[in-house]
Ligand binder design. Structure first.
Ligand SMILES: Cc1ncc(COP(=O)(O)O)c(C=O)c1O
Length: 450
């Protein structure tokens, strides 16, 4: 038995992995990773895997990035963590200052939590609590979009809409108002993304008009519904939504957990609509993919609504033990330094074009219904019938076939159902993108034949 096999065996004896039917590992090998360098992961037998999904969309500048490594080593010698109530530290302050600087104008307050779902919980609670403090306790409902995803904790799951994750737990979840979304995969032939997004907004406008008195906030993934099969829409929807939320006095929560930090081509997706949400949830890329941390950015108006004498009991008493963890915050500071010092958003423009170029051949594939791209996110929708867009039955698990094939060729692709996507670290080279596209092509060929 080699080291890979013996670690896999020990793993399967004691561990329970996320988002996994563990039974699958009777046939799918568990892959123990020895080290990561740049876009490459390496196992104990020297096999290398190109991390085309940025390890669940978190990694931005490669594994073992020298700048983030050095910052963390320095932080480790000074402070690993301290209680974040009554105490503070420089890395938390610096990161908050930087986030205030780079997020849309008007977001002047930063509240830390430790993962994306927790950030969503914070935003939902803050929104409701704001209205309560304002003497409007009837505003208890949330509006969400069809096919949205906001995390796995019960509140976040309730405002999500992907049946695979949600249905089982439905009896435990709060009621939400779900509005058909602007997912442009469903637009008419000849209709532009903008036209479809505007048309679909009518349903949101009607819902807001009807429920404004009882709705606290609308929560949305700006531009790309990532876990919902990388479905995309036009920025005009966000612009209209901001206007309508103002009109009906409803908060706008922008969940940029997945799309933040450059994924859509701008540092934050909201920039493309030139809007400031009332709450912006950030995580994943926040630490460059190093450590769990999240932040909810909000406005001075929100902050002031909680600021009063203690005896009024209007404070936001939400907390997590690891709030503002010093190592995680320092990784966040180092990550934003890389963005600023290396002009990453500019540099990514040519990478985005290269991604478009390498994926061009997929448009004509007989089992590809759509190739769509928003910035550094590119998705390829495999279907059974290109003309009718009839999907492959999910039970056939074509995506897993692509996954297995790609692994055998040294690429980590992890399709969402029948959707193969690229969301690579920003240090990927043109040659690596060409390799990635070739392996994805062969993987799809293999999956559609099987
Ligand atoms: C848009 C969005 N929100 C929230 C989350 C939840 O983040 P976490 O997995 O860190 O809890 C995710 C995770 O994929 C996400 O894509």
């Amino acid at each position: 038995m080699n080291i890979n096999q013996s670690l896999a065996q020990r793993d399967l004896a004691v561990l329970w992995h996320p988002c996994t039917q563990m039974h699958d590992h009777e046939t799918l090998p568990m892959i123990p990773i020895k080290k990561g360098r740049g876009v490459w992961l390496e196992d104990f037998e020297g096999n290398r895997y190109l991390d085309a999904v940025s390890s669940w969309w978190v990694n931005l500048f490669g594994h073992a990035n020298s700048h983030i490594n050095a910052a963390l080593k320095d932080q480790l010698d000074h402070l690993e963590h301290v209680i974040f109530a009554g105490f503070t530290h420089e890395s938390a302050i610096k990161l908050a200052e930087k986030l205030v600087e780079v997020t849309p104008i008007g977001l002047t307050r930063c509240f830390y939590a430790d993962n994306g779902s927790a950030a969503v919980e914070v935003a939902l609670k803050m929104s409701f609590h704001y209205w309560r403090n304002q003497g409007r306790p009837a505003k208890t409902k949330f509006i969400t979009l069809e096919n949205s995803y906001h995390g796995e904790t019960l509140g976040a799951l309730a405002v999500g809409n992907v049946p695979l994750y949600k249905e089982t737990y439905a009896p435990l979840l709060m009621d939400v108002i779900t509005v058909p979304g602007p997912d442009c995969y469903h637009r008419e032939v000849g209709e532009s993304w903008a036209e479809y997004s505007i048309r679909r907004f009518e349903l949101m406008e009607q819902t807001l008009q009807q429920h404004a008195d009882t709705v606290s906030a609308v929560i949305i993934e700006p531009l790309v519904q990532c876990a919902g099969s990388m479905r995309m829409y036009d920025a005009v929807y966000l612009k209209l939504l901001r206007e309508a939320c103002d009109k009906y006095q409803v908060h706008l929560i922008a969940d940029e957990v997945a799309v933040g930090f450059g994924r859509t081509g701008t540092l934050f997706a909201c920039e493309q609509a030139a809007i400031t949400p009332d709450f912006m949830c950030l995580s994943k890329g926040l630490t460059g993919g190093y450590l769990p941390l999240s932040a909810v950015m909000t406005t001075d108006v929100m902050y002031q609504a909680f600021y009063d004498d203690y005896v009024k009991l209007s404070a936001f008493l939400h907390s997590h033990s690891y709030t503002g963890n010093a190592l995680a915050c320092r990784a966040g500071v180092a990550t934003l330094e890389i963005f600023q010092q290396q002009g990453i958003i500019e540099k990514n423009r040519s990478l985005i074009q290269t991604m478009t170029k390498v994926a061009a051949r997929f448009h004509d594939h007989p089992h590809v219904a759509e190739v769509r791209q928003t910035g550094m996110i590119l998705a390829i929708e495999m279907v059974k019938n290109k003309a009718t867009r009839e999907p492959y039955p999910w039970q056939e698990r074509r995506g897993i076939k692509v996954y297995q094939y790609a692994l055998s060729k040294g690429v980590l692709l992890r399709p969402l159902g029948n959707v193969v996507y690229f969301m690579p670290p920003y240090i990927i080279t043109e040659e690596e993108l060409i390799l990635l596209a070739e392996v994805a092509w062969q993987g799809i060929q293999h999956a559609v034949k099987a």
